[in-house]
Write a protein that binds this ligand. Structure first.
Ligand SMILES: Nc1ncnc2c1ncn2[C@@H]1O[C@H](COP(=O)(O)OP(=O)(O)OP(=O)(O)O)[C@@H](O)[C@H]1O
Length: 412
């Protein structure tokens, strides 16, 4: 018998190009945004002071990909015209304060052996070190702050966007590019910071079906062999990607998952059925993540609705869900939230696509009420809620869905 794992290149030419880390050489379907962005960067090549730029849009709409692409092009043009340019990228994910952001930038500017510790310095020293490092550079310096909304206070942005005005830097032309997928971030900024960071603002809207199709076609050409995909595969991934918020990352992941399913089944081509099944799995995984991230009382509300579903008592009225929720809270010695609050959880579930609700009319008296049901199957929800079920106890209706028929769980 030969080795268990055999190389398989029937479908894929370069599967890695469908991974999130892959940086495309070319950007498709973002012409307008690229045009605006290019205009904002043009001063660099003219030797003029660059504008600070603020890029915003939902997740997966190409903000980072376009930024990397244009900065590479800008660097090439700068080299060509002998313009002195350097750029530094800081991903602010994990940096929650201005202090951490300033230290992180200092360290990005220093060689690893000269990095400073992440804590223990007076704030004034950190900024002094930052200005020292920046002043060692020459020409135009662009600092890219990706996921800038993770920095929760304005000090760092205030300092860095005003460094020149305040006389802290000298001899360099500093431009800041802030990137964010939080639509409320800009409004939360102090007015002064807002006006200096957002000198040029570029919005990246969600991708439409046609644009997603272009992105997917470009990627499929490098990732798959010719004829590895059935004709309907890319249009379907694009249409589903559009429905899921016009997110290119998700559309590309869907294509990869469909390819993987086809490969596992030793199929010679990827078909639309593979895409549909891959979509189902992605949705299940996504809702699983969402449910696990809910707060304790949200989980208890969902648990309550699930027990009703397991008793075949859904769609259930908010009032009925509340009774069950209270019972579960009591079992856990938790003070229940008000009925109104619990109803707001139920509305949120609908937005998250975990439940569906509809308004029913009471008949003669003309009143209305709302009824709720799960959109996910019971075993999936129970699986996601296992921690809260372990803490609360297993309601008799769901015992059969628990591992080992709930042997390990206290009963309610
Ligand atoms: N126009 C495009 N052409 C080719 N690939 C693209 C394009 N737009 C996005 N992508 C790809 O989709 C994925 C997500 O894009 P990107 O990281 O730029 O999104 P983003 O808007 O920065 O999202 P986030 O806010 O979540 O960081 C990346 O793998 C990127 O290569």
């Amino acid at each position: 018998m030969g080795p268990r794992f055999q190389p398989d290149d029937t479908l894929y030419k370069r599967r890695n190009t469908l991974k999130v880390e892959y940086v495309p050489d070319e950007i498709v379907g973002r012409d307008n945004e690229i045009e605006e962005y290019e205009a904002a960067l043009q001063p660099v090549i003219n030797g003029e002071y660059p504008d600070n730029i603020f890029i915003y849009g939902k997740t997966g709409v190409g903000k980072t990909a376009v930024t990397n692409f244009l900065l590479n092009e800008l660097q090439e043009s700068a080299d060509h015209f002998d313009v002195n340019l350097s750029f530094i990228t800081v991903n602010c994910d994990g940096l929650s304060t201005s202090y951490q952001a300033a230290i992180s930038l200092v360290n990005r500017l220093r060689e690893p052996e000269h990095h400073i510790a992440e804590t223990g310095h007076p704030q004034s020293k950190v900024y002094r070190l930052l200005w020292d490092e920046l002043n060692k550079l020459e020409g135009t310096v662009i600092v890219v702050l990706d996921e800038v909304d993770h920095i929760t206070d304005d000090t760092f942005l205030y300092q860095i966007t005003r460094a020149d005005n305040n006389g802290y830097i000298d001899g360099i032309q500093l431009g800041i590019i802030g990137i964010s997928n939080d639509s409320t971030f800009r409004e939360r900024l102090d007015a002064k910071v807002q006006s200096s960071l957002c000198e040029t603002e570029i919005s990246f809207p969600p991708y439409g079906t046609e644009e997603l199709q272009k992105v997917l076609e470009q990627r499929a050409e490098i990732a798959f062999h010719t004829n590895a995909l059935d004709d309907g595969v890319i249009p379907l991934c694009a249409a589903l990607g559009r429905q899921d918020g016009g997110d290119a990352r998700r559309a590309i992941t869907l294509l990869r998952k469909a390819g993987d399913l086809a490969r596992t089944e030793n199929a010679n081509v990827v078909t639309t059925t593979h895409v549909e099944r891959a979509q189902e799995r992605l949705e299940a995984q996504q809702s699983m993540d969402i449910m696990r991230d809910l707060t304790e009382h949200e989980q208890l509300t969902l648990y309550a609705l699930t027990t009703l579903a397991a008793e075949d008592a859904t769609p259930a009225r908010s009032r009925v869900v509340y009774q069950r929720y209270k019972q579960l809270c009591e079992a856990q010695n938790r003070e229940p939230r008000t009925a109104r609050r619990m109803r707001s959880f139920l509305s949120d579930f609908e937005i998250l696509n975990l439940t569906h609700s509809q308004i029913e009319h009471r008949g003669q008296d003309g009143g209305t009420y709302r009824e709720h049901e799960l959109t996910r199957n019971i075993p999936t929800v129970i699986d996601a809620l296992q921690t809260v079920i372990a803490e609360t106890g297993a309601h008799s209706s769901v015992v059969e869905y628990l591992p080992d028929s709930g042997e390990e769980f206290a009963r309610i």
